[in-house]
Design a protein around this ligand. Sequence first.
Ligand SMILES: Nc1ncnc2c1ncn2[C@@H]1O[C@H](COP(=O)(O)OP(=O)(O)OP(=O)(O)O)[C@@H](O)[C@H]1O
Ligand SMILES: O=C(O)[C@H](O)[C@@H](O)[C@H](O)[C@H](O)CO
Length: 183
Amino acid sequence: MDTPVHTPFGSSHTPPTIRVVVMGVSGSGKSTIGALVADAMDLPFLDGDSLHPMVNIHKMAAGTPLTDEDRWPWLEIVGNELAHTTARGVVIACSALKRSYRDAIRSKAPDTIFLHLDGSLGVLSSRLEGRSGHFMPPALLASQLAALEPLGSDERAVIIDISAGITSILDEAVAGINRAVTP
Ligand SMILES: Nc1ncnc2c1ncn2[C@@H]1O[C@H](COP(=O)(O)OP(=O)(O)OP(=O)(O)O)[C@@H](O)[C@H]1O
Ligand SMILES: O=C(O)[C@H](O)[C@@H](O)[C@H](O)[C@H](O)CO
């Protein structure tokens, strides 16, 4: 007679893949916080700036805001990276300013969590003015804020105020993501 095999925790289960987009306007801290969150959660990190077609980088560097048409191919790459991660998950820094952009990403990776680094014009301006060696001119901040559409209550999201220090933002981000992935 076969003896039933009991496992200590009942039936085995596969943990959910953790897909995170760290979103927000230029200077909100996406690259800084995104890399730290990935490190703390032992996930790979991708900076959306490195996924832009070069023509987009040149356009922004020359002080011209991107259009929807400029962004679609880039959002498709971001969505594909999220959908096809071979790791336990992935964290990607990507401005994802408009609802339609987030919908495009979700069409590839429906369970994506959007971590919005939210800040006032004053905080953002001073962060951008204090940054050096970056292609994005601070003068484009106004166009970024004009394009930004807040997360809806139906979106899987974590929203964090960026006026706090980096350690506190990191702790809040990791806790928020863990809550969002817990079924
Ligand atoms: N919580 C924070 N406190 C103080 N400085 C911060 C904080 N977060 C980020 N910074 C600094 O603010 C600047 C902007 O951050 P970062 O480059 O990560 O923003 P970003 O959203 O990736 O910008 P972009 O979209 O233009 O690439 C950097 O100089 C960074 O070191
Ligand atoms: O959608 C956009 O306009 C761009 O993605 C920008 O947000 C830049 O990538 C970033 O802010 C500069 O690093």
